[in-house]
Design a protein around this ligand. Sequence first.
Ligand code: UDP
Ligand code: MN
Length: 305
Amino acid sequence: TKKDSSAADRRYHALMMFTKVDKSRSLQDKFRVAMLSMIKHGHFLEGEVLVLHFVSDQASQELGEKMLQEFLQDATFKYEVLFHDVVTLTQKLFPIVESMQKHFSAGSGAYYSDAIFFLSVAMHHIMPEGLTHIVQLDLDLKYRTNIRDLFQEFDRFPPGAVIGITREMQPVYRHTFWQYRKENPHTKVGEPPPDGLPGFNSGVMLLDLGAMRTSALYNQLLQANNVAKLADQYRFRGHLGDQDFFTMIGMEHPELFYPLGCGWNRQLCTWWRDHGYGDVFQLYYHCDEPVYIYHGNCNSPIPDD
Ligand code: UDP
Ligand code: MN
């Protein structure tokens, strides 16, 4: 029997984008894998609560509530579920991230609705002040360990770091920065690990909202003139939203980011191996650590074990 949560409980906040899920059987299947594995391996202490936030439209919320009823049945810990209306969040977000969209969105970048792809970037302005830490998670994940352990990684942030994030495991930013790399032949930008700067993947992110609010540097980088300056300096033109923004500012200010181990976001997509980067692919794809979370990005199948 589950106890009700109380105000004295310690809360662990996790947020997932959850839109158009009613229209996609594939997303529903991914959500099932993610939630069942999270619940199976999840353990929390007495007096702790996992708070699951979903950014959702009406139809997805209705389906999500039904699915969660089933998935959360076997949870051994206390939890809360909160749905946030995607339209309301987009309204708050748009003025903050509008200037980024032309650099990091597909197409013209003028679409109002694209603002939501930058939610993580401005989460510290969107969520209430009392919320100081949150992890943002994709739906195409499979958990192999206790998600509570992921939150312990916040304690390892060095001073000045505001976001914990895993490196990108494909040479996609080797590609995106091609012009800068041509003009700067000895740069680490876009080079593979361990010495290079391969960029970031946004499938698993630790957002220290408190640190994001107090970091003068981070908030300067959100300003339109500074976004434009960096995008120009790095000749950057992307379409992956928040992960492009974090990758670009990470080239200039790596100290803002705590490098989360590759085992926390073991990406499985191999698209770039077969699209011109087969010779260097393994240098990026390689991950030696135990896998805590698989990420089946670009619809990649996730191993069964
Ligand atoms: N997402 C969503 N509705 C969609 C597509 C994506 O809510 O129609 C969310 C979902 O949380 C998903 C995330 O956006 O995990 C990122 O998309 P995806 O994982 O498909 O991108 P990839 O990791 O393959 O680049
Ligand atoms: Mn994903």
